[in-house]
Design a binder for this molecule. Structure first.
Ligand SMILES: *[C@@H]1O[C@H](CO)[C@@H](O)[C@H](O)[C@H]1NC(C)=O
Ligand SMILES: *[C@@H]1O[C@H](CO)[C@@H](O)[C@H](O)[C@H]1NC(C)=O
Ligand SMILES: *[C@@H]1O[C@H](CO)[C@@H](O)[C@H](O)[C@H]1NC(C)=O
Ligand SMILES: *[C@@H]1O[C@H](CO)[C@@H](O)[C@H](O)[C@H]1NC(C)=O
Ligand SMILES: *[C@@H]1O[C@H](CO)[C@@H](O)[C@H](O)[C@H]1NC(C)=O
Length: 377
């Protein structure tokens, strides 16, 4: 739902004058994706009835994107992988299943949809977005950076289409687009995501992944209020769509990739292998705090600050409570418009440095610190 970026930009501007202290978020949701075991196979037909699906747990139920009311309908997913294939089984409770868009590469969030956002490196750069409706019509996008950082989305033939992508849907309890046939119970969306497309322009994330690797991802569902007007559904005028997500964004904006949850790659030992956590999480919080504080400062003053104490950072960023050293600000002497910040931390005797720049781009030294751990990739 790229259109919502404007809302978030307005929120950032409103925050600037109030000089709100940038938030430090707790570790987000994380889902362990198991490789298929010997003999396990998934056919992308929309039916989640393979034993490969039965063997693994559902994700947590989705929540409102920004601490709004509990979603009216349940949403959850499962995932598996094998080689360069990531399989997703999406389950969406829905009494009124409808979809109007039938041409791929259209703006699918104008319909109810199921969305997946993936940022393999956790850099906030070159992330991929996918939106699919109940007719399995899709929209695939690649973004160099978030919209509010000046990013632009590419999609369509010659720009961004993922070869080998497969999607299929099934509707349960009714016929799609037929109010007289319901009420429906839910729809399902089964997909094959080609991982070689997901690692395009990434620096350390690899395809196939290696068990233990951590990527960033989140899931989002756009849900419009519709009424039954006889032989079809129509949107209720003047009501904005709801956004229900797997890992809460704490803002009405999916295009803040630093807030997404984690995809944890695991081997085929279901219920045995467990996920590690990203050692860079707290450093990421400190870096994001500097990023948000600098943009607030700049909105008021017209330039970025070279002085940490001007930024109104949360005490935990400065006092070591996050397990990180205080940030080092680097303001480009040739340009009043650019900054970078470094944060270092020592975990288990090993030190790493994280950096963020004006455009929310996160990097780490060693480069694989987030994706592969401090041992590197
Ligand atoms: C899943 O259900 C569909 C529809 O009933 C059926 O065609 C397919 O063979 C089933 N697949 C498996 C693996 O049971
Ligand atoms: C994993 O645990 C869940 C919940 O206890 C169970 O339903 C599932 O069958 C288990 N899977 C395997 C492969 O043991
Ligand atoms: C990958 O990055 C390069 C360099 O910025 C860019 O030219 C290219 O278009 C990007 N690839 C895609 C698929 O967007
Ligand atoms: C679907 O398309 C039809 C035909 O354009 C339109 O009348 C209807 O309002 C649309 N339904 C929704 C829910 O947008
Ligand atoms: C910031 O960190 C990068 C490595 O991540 C390093 O190359 C650079 O020298 C650091 N800058 C400062 C001022 O610490």
């Amino acid at each position: 739902m790229p259109g919502l970026w404007a809302l978030a930009a307005a929120a950032v501007a409103a925050v600037a004058s109030a000089a709100v202290t940038p938030p430090i978020f707790p570790y987000p949701r994380q889902y362990g994706v198991h490789r298929l075991g010997p003999g396990e196979r998934i056919v992308v037909d929309g039916f989640l009835n393979e034993t490969a699906w039965d063997a693994v747990p559902w994700s947590e139920d989705f929540v409102d994107i920004d601490a709004g009311p509990v979603p009216r309908f349940r949403t959850r997913y499962k995932a598996r992988w094998e080689g360069n294939n990531l399989y997703i089984g999406y389950w969406l409770e829905e009494p009124q299943v409808w979809a109007n868009l039938t041409v791929d590469d259209s703006i699918v969030f104008h319909d109810n949809d199921a969305e997946i956002f993936i940022d393999p490196d956790g850099s906030c750069a070159w992330y991929k977005e996918l939106e699919v409706n109940a007719l399995a019509t899709w929209w695939q996008l690649i973004l160099d950076k978030p919209y509010i950082d000046g990013g632009s989305a590419k999609y369509g033939p010659g720009k961004w289409v993922m070869p080998r992508f497969e999607a299929a849907t099934q509707v349960f309890g009714c016929e799609i687009n037929d109010p007289s046939s319901g009420p429906c119970s839910h729809w399902t969306l089964e997909m094959l995501l080609p991982l070689e497309s997901y690692v395009v322009n990434e620096t350390v994330a690899r395809s196939p992944p290696v068990p233990g690797d951590l990527w960033r991802w989140d899931f989002s569902r756009v849900e419009w209020r519709v009424s039954d007007v006889g032989n079809k559904f129509e949107k209720v005028p003047g009501v904005a769509a709801a956004n229900w997500v797997w890992s809460a964004q704490h803002a009405i904006n999916m295009h803040l990739p630093e807030r997404w949850g984690y995809l944890c790659w695991l081997d085929d030992k279901v219920n045995v292998s467990t996920c590690r956590t990203d050692v860079t999480w707290n450093a990421r919080q400190a870096l994001a705090a500097v990023y948000y504080a600098q943009h607030q400062f700049s909105a008021v003053n017209g330039y970025f600050s070279a002085t940490l104490s001007d930024l109104g950072l949360p005490p935990s960023v400065l006092n070591g409570q996050l397990g990180t050293q205080p940030p080092v600000l680097i303001v480009d002497p040739l340009s009043p418009y650019g900054f970078a910040a470094n944060v270092s931390a020592t975990v288990g005797g090993q030190t790493f440095v994280g950096s963020i720049n004006t455009q929310r781009h996160f990097t780490f030294d060693p480069p694989g610190a987030a994706v592969c751990g401090l041992g590197g990739c």
